[in-house]
Design a protein around this ligand. Structure first.
Ligand code: BYC
Length: 377
C-alpha cells in the first residue's frame, strides 16, 4: 500500500545538482508554481478590480459601427474589460466562444482519465482527494460554460457541439491513465501545464472569462500539488514504485508539451488573439515557461524528464528541449488519438443517461415558477 505515507515534501530528496545550472534561476523555477504563479493570479484579480473603476468613455447608444469599433479598441488598449453588455466585433465573439467552449469541454472530458482511478485509489484518503479533484473539474466546466453563455450561446448548443464532435477539447485527454502513477503525472504535468497556460488568461480582455479563470487557477494549483505529492511519494518509494512513476512521466511529458498548441509559426489564431488581449503569450512562450519550471521539480521528485537534449542555455536563460511530435498532436486533435472514440462514446452515453435528470430539473423549475405566480401579491 503506498497511499498512506505522507511525509514532508522534500524529506530525504537526493537532488542531483548540475554544476552549469544558474542557481538563482533554479530557485525561481522551483518556487514558480507556488507563490510565483499564484502571485500573478492575485495581481490579475487586483487589476480586474482596478479596471472596473476606470471607464473609457462609452459609445453613444446610436453610434455607428466605426464609433463602436473605436470604443472597443480603446477599451482593449486601456487594459479594461469587455463585458457582455458591450458591443464587440463578431470575430472576437466567435473566437471567445470557440476557446471558452473548448476549454469547458476539456474540463468535462478531463474528468474521465482521472475518474478511471477513483475506485482503485490506493487508500481512502487518496480516494477522497481524487473525488474532490474530479468534482472540481466539473465545477470548472460549469464556470466556463456560464462564461460562454454570456456571449449569446446557450448551454444546450454548447453541449450539442461537444457531443456531435463539432467542437474540440484538449488533446491531452485522449491519452490513457494506465497506472496509479498516471494520476500523479496528470496532476503534476497536465494540471501544471494548464496553470501555466491559464494564469495569463486571468488577464484576458473579456471580463467573464478572466473572472472565471481566477477562480479556476486558484483551485488548479491544489490539483497540481496533489499530483506532485503523489509522484513524490512514489519517486522516493520502493524501486517498483519509482519505476512506475518514471514510466508515467515518460508517457505524459510530450503530450503535456503539446497541450500548448502548435508552434507559433503554425498557430492560426495566436496573432489575432494576442492583439485582442485574449491570449497574452504565444504557445511557444508558455511551453518554454513550463519546461523551465519542470526541470527543477523533476529533480525534487527523484525522477527524470525523458529528453536527452534537455540543457540549460545560459545565453537564452532557458532550457533547450526537444519539441513534441506536432504531427501526433494534429492526429489526436482530428480524432485519431489513443482514446478519442472511447472518451466521446462515454460522454454521449453519460449525456443520454442524464436526460431524465434534465427533464426532472426543468419540470421542477416550471413548477416553482407557476407556484410563485399562483401566490397572491
Ligand atoms: N488540443 O491557433 P492555435 C484543462 C487547436 S487544460 C486540442 O494555436 P489557439 C484541464 C486550436 O483550437 C486544457 N486542440 O489556437 C486540466 C485551433 O483549432 P481550430 C484546456 C488544440 O486557440 C486539468 C488549432 O489547433 N485548456 O482544461 O490560439 C484537468 C490551431 O491552434 C490544441 C484550454 O482550453 C490542443 N492541445 O491556442 C482538467 C485553455 N492546441 O479551432 C482540465 C484555453 C491547439 O482553429 N485555450 N488546438 O480548429 C487556449 O489557451 C488556446 O485555445 C490554446 C490554443 C493554447 C489551447
Amino acid at each position: 500500500m503506498y497511499g498512506n505515507d505522507f511525509g514532508p515534501p522534500d524529506e530525504g530528496v537526493d537532488q542531483v545538482k548540475d554544476p552549469d545550472r544558474d542557481t538563482a534561476h533554479a530557485d525561481a523555477a522551483a518556487a514558480a508554481l507556488g507563490e510565483g504563479l499564484l502571485g500573478e493570479v492575485a495581481a490579475a484579480e487586483a487589476a480586474l478590480a482596478e479596471a472596473a473603476g476606470r471607464t473609457v468613455g462609452r459609445a453613444a447608444a446610436d453610434a455607428d459601427e466605426a464609433a463602436l469599433q473605436a470604443y472597443f479598441d480603446a477599451v482593449i488598449a486601456a487594459d479594461q474589460k469587455i463585458e457582455p453588455r458591450d458591443w464587440m466585433p463578431e470575430k472576437y465573439r466567435r473566437t471567445l466562444i470557440r476557446q471558452i467552449a473548448q476549454h469547458a469541454h476539456s474540463e468535462i472530458i478531463g474528468m474521465q482519465p482521472e475518474g478511471n482511478w477513483i475506485s482503485r485509489a490506493p487508500s481512502l484518503q487518496r480516494k477522497a482527494i481524487l473525488l474532490a479533484k474530479v468534482q472540481d473539474e466539473a465545477g470548472h466546466g460549469l464556470y466556463l460554460y456560464a462564461a460562454a453563455e454570456t456571449l449569446g450561446i446557450t448551454r444546450e448548443e454548447l453541449v450539442e457541439m461537444l457531443v456531435s464532435g463539432r467542437q474540440k477539447y484538449s488533446s491531452i485527454f485522449n491519452y490513457p491513465t494506465l497506472t496509479w502513477a498516471d494520476v500523479g503525472a496528470v496532476g503534476w504535468l497536465v494540471d501544471g501545464a494548464a496553470i501555466v497556460n491559464q494564469v495569463p488568461l486571468c488577464r484576458c480582455s473579456y471580463g467573464p472569462y478572466a473572472r472565471a479563470m481566477i477562480r479556476v487557477c486558484k483551485e488548479e494549483s491544489f490539483h497540481q500539488r496533489q499530483g506532485y505529492e503523489v509522484l513524490h511519494v512514489l519517486g522516493h518509494g520502493t524501486p517498483g514504485q519509482r519505476a512506475m512513476a518514471q514510466d508515467a512521466v515518460d508517457r505524459w511529458w510530450y503530450p503535456s508539451l503539446a497541450m500548448f498548441g502548435p508552434p507559433d509559426a503554425d498557430s492560426t489564431h495566436s496573432a489575432q488573439s494576442m492583439a485582442w488581449k485574449i491570449k497574452r503569450f504565444s504557445n511557444d512562450e508558455l511551453r518554454q515557461r513550463f519546461v523551465d519550471m519542470c526541470v527543477d521539480q523533476a529533480r525534487s521528485l527523484n525522477l527524470t524528464l525523458p529528453d536527452p537534449d534537455l540543457r540549460w542555455n545560459a545565453q537564452r536563460r532557458a532550457y533547450d528541449y526537444t519539441q513534441p511530435d506536432y504531427d501526433e498532436l494534429m492526429r489526436v486533435i482530428s480524432g485519431d488519438g489513443p482514446c478519442n472514440r472511447q472518451r466521446m462514446a462515454f460522454r454521449r452515453q453519460a449525456h443520454a443517461d442524464g436526460a431524465w435528470v434534465r427533464e426532472a430539473a426543468a419540470a421542477y423549475a416550471a413548477k416553482r415558477a407557476s407556484d410563485r405566480e399562483a401566490v397572491p401579491a
